[in-house]
Design a protein around this ligand. Structure first.
Ligand code: ATP
Ligand code: MG
Length: 440
């Protein structure tokens, strides 16, 4: 992409309304625009990052055996009357009437709809296990939308739903998602700690919130410090092997970790001195086994091997990709801007032409641009008339992991400058070496 042809509405001023760093940086970097309270338009740079996050989530969901579908944003109120949640959900639900005066709603989540689909098609234990997910916009009329896309009213969610014959199989499904989540967050450059969460009337301990530590987080959390260095499950883990899954889950639940609402002071005190971490955290994912809570009232039943019909056991598994964009920025930035992990950077490489119009500099930049593009690298070529200082500032603000700085002086000596955004390291290299480094 040539910056001169791109749409990157950078703001030089820090927007007043933004209270936390991720919100400020997302506005300054031209990633999102607020359209009404808690409702955002995603501009090109933001959309690219969002898509890359979704791609990682999708890969790990698919690897674990989940299958992607797409359910609508608008749902019928009747579905929610069946589960009894239409009245319970309260003001967070955006209720709509269509032209025939039928009650509709903008989905805050999809348990009912998924249960309806299961009820229609899944009849036998032989069709199970099944896990269906989609990545779709949700609407929750939050009392206090704030912090930009961190707590918005319209937000993107990956929500998966597992369907199993009984509790034992549902736990295996739960563990699959647990492992997939650990891998997903690690690939996004985050250390997300699974913390015991409330199960309400369902009971049991199969509910975890995945929390990343950040000073601006809304939850107060307590955990063992060793979680910060625990390696995520390997890509090779066999999702069809219940013992391997259980071992990974056991390891990741072996140490103390809880949010304020489930905090057990005595258990936390028992953690050795120096390893007790109390901090603020951001919830980026939540997994939950809810048994027959929806299948029973809605009549989603399968026939077991014994020929007896029974309601299926289900769980739901959410990740917020739009919140993740902000959460990743909270975890990775400096005073100059965003520092994207390579996996989700909007562009992997920036080429900064310090003297547009100079034939040699232009030619070298064009050559680099063509070579990298041909290799499938996402490149942003700054071919604008801006001053060098402003080009450096932009590249750092939007967090390009590699920056190749090209000017007549360096070229005369046969070099370009290669800068690594993460640590600011700069090196003068030949064009070939710079390319090799970036492509390596
Ligand atoms: P919170 O406690 O933060 O309000 P929740 O418990 O209501 O979230 P879930 O229903 O568990 O959220 O939704 C799954 C995921 O969707 C969350 O882990 C989060 O990543 C994301 N999410 C939920 N609400 C919002 C929101 N208002 N804005 C952005 N992302 C959200
Ligand atoms: Mg939650």
């Amino acid at each position: 992409m040539r910056l001169s042809r791109y749409f990157l509405p950078i703001l030089r001023e820090v927007p007043k309304e933004a209270e936390i760093v991720s919100h400020r940086l997302m506005l300054r970097a031209g990633m999102v625009r607020q359209e009404s309270a808690g409702i955002y338009a995603w501009l090109p740079l933001g959309k690219k990052v969002l898509d890359k996050i979704c791609a990682v989530i999708r890969e790990e969901q698919n690897r674990s055996g989940a299958i992607e579908i797409m359910m609508p944003t608008i749902q019928s109120a009747d579905l929610w009357r069946e589960s009894g949640r239409y009245d319970d959900y309260g003001k967070e639900m955006l209720r709509i009437k269509d032209r025939h005066e039928r009650d509709m709603l903008y989905g805050p989540t999809n348990e009912e709809m998924l249960t309806e689909i299961v009820r229609a098609y899944v009849k036998s234990y032989k069709d199970l296990p099944l896990n269906l997910y989609h990545i779709q916009w949700k609407f929750r009329d939050e009392v206090r939308p704030r912090f930009g896309v961190m707590r918005s009213r319209e937000f993107l969610m990956k929500d998966a739903y597992s369907i199993d014959l009984d509790f034992e199989n549902a736990v295996i499904a739960y563990n699959r998602m647990f492992v997939a989540y650990l891998r997903t967050f690690a690939r996004l450059g985050l250390t997300a700690i699974p913390m015991v969460a409330d199960t309400g009337p369902i009971g049991g301990n199969h509910s975890h919130e995945f929390i990343i530590l950040a000073s601006t987080g809304e939850s107060e959390v307590f955990c063992h410090a060793d979680y910060l260095d625990m390696p995520p499950p390997a890509a090779e883990i066999d999702f069809r092997d219940p013992a391997a899954l259980q071992a990974a889950v056991d390891q990741w639940t072996s140490l103390y970790a809880a949010t304020e609402e489930k905090h057990d002071v005595a258990a936390f005190e028992a953690v050795e001195e120096g390893k007790r971490l109390s901090a603020r955290g951001i919830e980026v994912g939540h997994i939950f086994y809810f048994g027959t809570k929806y299948s029973e009232p809605m009549g989603a039943k399968v026939t077991g091997p014994d020929g007896v019909e029974r309601p299926v056991h289900m769980g739901s598994y959410g990740i917020g990709p739009s919140r993740l964009v902000a959460a990743i920025i909270e975890a990775s930035h400096d005073e100059n801007g965003i520092i994207w992990p390579d996996a989700i950077a909007p562009f992997q490489v920036g080429i900064l032409n310090l003297k547009v119009g100079d034939a040699g500099t232009d030619a070298a930049c064009e050559q680099l641009y063509a070579t990298l593009t041909a290799k499938g690298v996402d490149v942003l070529y700054d071919d604008t008339e801006e001053r060098p200082g402003s080009k450096f500032a932009t590249a750092d603000l939007i967090g390009l992991p590699w920056q190749i700085i090209v000017g007549p002086k360096g070229l005369a000596a046969g070099t370009v400058e290669l800068k690594r955004r993460a640590d600011g390291a700069r090196e003068n290299l030949s064009v070939e070496s710079a390319l090799a480094r970036v492509l390596g």
